[in-house]
Ligand binder design. Structure first.
Ligand SMILES: [Zn+2]
Length: 193
């Protein structure tokens, strides 16, 4: 999916805000205020800050490149931009690491009523805003998680290889476990006599 790049005019006169930080994506933001000020947020977000996503990852190495722009469509505050990064998922076939490119287009409209949600256009997804402040990493995390496949898998036949290894292990365990049982059986017979 292509990534939309939004160029902002910077400067005090325009009133535009531009926050540029490395791994310092703010925790709580007021999206309505951000939208009214036409703010943008660019920066890197470390994966270790995203607990729910981390549970789906092979490791927490890497970070997400965040590029979000807040503005208003009529009365509705919206967030547009993209999230990019390289993360390591867990292959659901072999449980090994699976390199995955995140490239998520973000188009969110912050609505307060169902009617507002129904009126949305241009592919915006509604987000009900209950409180003034919201967790920006939480929102980013949600967006990345919904972009991931339900069952991430290697494109190659990793399971077949793993399957062979497992059955070989199983045979070894079976052979080993035969002997103790055989010994126990003999002991039991001896005891009965
Ligand atoms: Zn695999």
């Amino acid at each position: 999916m292509a990534c939309i790049r939004i160029q902002l005019t910077e400067g005090v006169d325009t009133g535009y805000y531009c926050i540029d930080m490395s791994d310092q994506i703010p925790e709580l933001i007021d999206p309505v205020v951000f939208a009214e000020r036409q703010s943008s947020i660019q920066g890197l977000l470390g994966l270790q800050r995203l607990d729910r996503l981390a549970e789906m990852l092979f490791d927490e190495q890497g970070e997400l490149k965040v590029d979000l722009y807040f503005y208003k469509q009529g009365k509705v505050p919206v967030i547009e931009g993209c999230l990019e990064g390289n993360i390591n998922l867990i292959c659901q076939s072999c449980l090994e690491t699976l390199a995955w490119d995140v490239d998520k287009l973000v188009k969110i409209a912050m609505v307060q009523t169902i009617e507002q949600a129904d009126r949305l256009q241009d592919g915006f997804e509604p987000l009900m805003v209950a409180e003034e402040k919201m967790s920006l990493p939480g929102l980013i995390e949600d967006e990345v998680i919904i972009s991931l496949p339900d069952y991430p898998r290697h494109a190659h036949q990793c399971l077949q290889y793993k399957g062979n290894v497992q059955s070989a292990d199983a045979r070894t365990i079976e052979q080993k476990s035969e002997n103790p049982f055989a010994v126990l059986a003999k002991l039991k017979i001896t005891g009965d006599q």
